[in-house]
Each structure stands twice: as structure tokens, then as C-alpha cells.
Design a protein around this ligand. Structure first.
Ligand code: 5GP
Ligand code: ZN
Length: 119
């Protein structure tokens, strides 16, 4: 059988429950868990259950999944108490953006005054 990129993808493994990563929220198309190397007091990753290498791989028929991801990101921000101070949602696509895990994900960052600007 041909290997799919999802077979040894770390986030696919988390989605499949193969690693001991606690999910802090779930929706139909996405899961949310804390980043292992947090860059802010709250740093959560929202990850589609389906494997996409990056945002560029989301096709015209897949937008329900990314809409669901942003809805979950907002719910996580609310549940983590970030609505008062605000929060940031980021996705990195490719090396110039610093993407290190080739499975689409949205960072939800907050709980402190974040660096101004967009890099
Ligand atoms: P990227 O640099 O691709 O935008 O973000 C990948 C993020 O995934 C990094 O912030 C990194 O700390 C996080 N990460 C990498 N491997 C794991 C893991 O096994 N578990 C968790 N919870 N986070 C991970
Ligand atoms: Zn994957």
C-alpha cells in the first residue's frame, strides 16, 4: 500500500489519538490542544482532522473546514478568557513564514500584550 503523508504526520497522529495530547476543545472538523512550546500564556493550536500540508492546499470545496477552524479558534479564545484582552490567530504557510509542522494549523495566542505588528 502507498504511504500517505498523513501516516507519520505528528498532528494526524494527535488527531487519531495516538499521542497523549489532551484536546481542550473539539468540533466537527477540527481539534484544539495546547502548543508544546507556548509563546504566550495561552497558546493553543486549532488543527483540522483532515490532513492539509498548509493553507495553500485548502481547495474551493474545503472552506467549511477552515470556517469551522476559525469558529473553534474564537470559541477557544472565549473559553480561555481571552475576549477581555483580545487575542491573535495565525497560520504559517511555508519556510518564510516559519512553518515547522506540515499539517495546517491555526495558532491562538493571548493572555499577554502581544508583539505589535505582523512580522
Ligand atoms: P508552525 O511553526 O508550523 O507554525 O507551528 C508548529 C507548532 O507546533 C509549534 O509552535 C510547535 O511548538 C508545535 N508542536 C510541534 N510538535 C508538537 C507536538 O507534538 N505537540 C504539541 N502540542 N505541539 C507541537
Ligand atoms: Zn497531518
Amino acid at each position: 500500500m502507498t504511504e500517505s503523508p498523513a501516516d507519520d504526520c505528528i498532528f494526524c497522529r494527535i488527531v487519531r489519538g495516538e499521542l497523549s495530547t489532551e484536546l481542550i476543545a473539539e468540533s466537527e472538523h477540527n481539534v484544539a490542544f495546547r502548543d508544546v512550546h507556548p509563546q504566550a500564556p495561552v497558546h493553543v493550536l486549532v488543527v483540522p482532522r483532515r490532513h492539509f500540508a498548509a493553507l495553500r492546499d485548502v481547495g474551493p470545496g474545503d472552506w467549511l473546514i477552515t470556517a469551522d477552524a476559525l469558529t473553534l479558534a474564537s470559541r477557544v479564545a472565549s473559553e480561555q478568557g481571552l475576549y477581555a484582552g483580545g487575542y491573535r490567530v495565525i497560520t504559517n504557510d511555508g519556510p518564510d513564514a516559519g512553518q515547522t509542522v506540515p499539517h495546517l494549523h491555526f495558532h491562538v495566542l493571548g493572555g499577554t500584550m502581544l508583539q505589535p505588528g505582523l512580522g
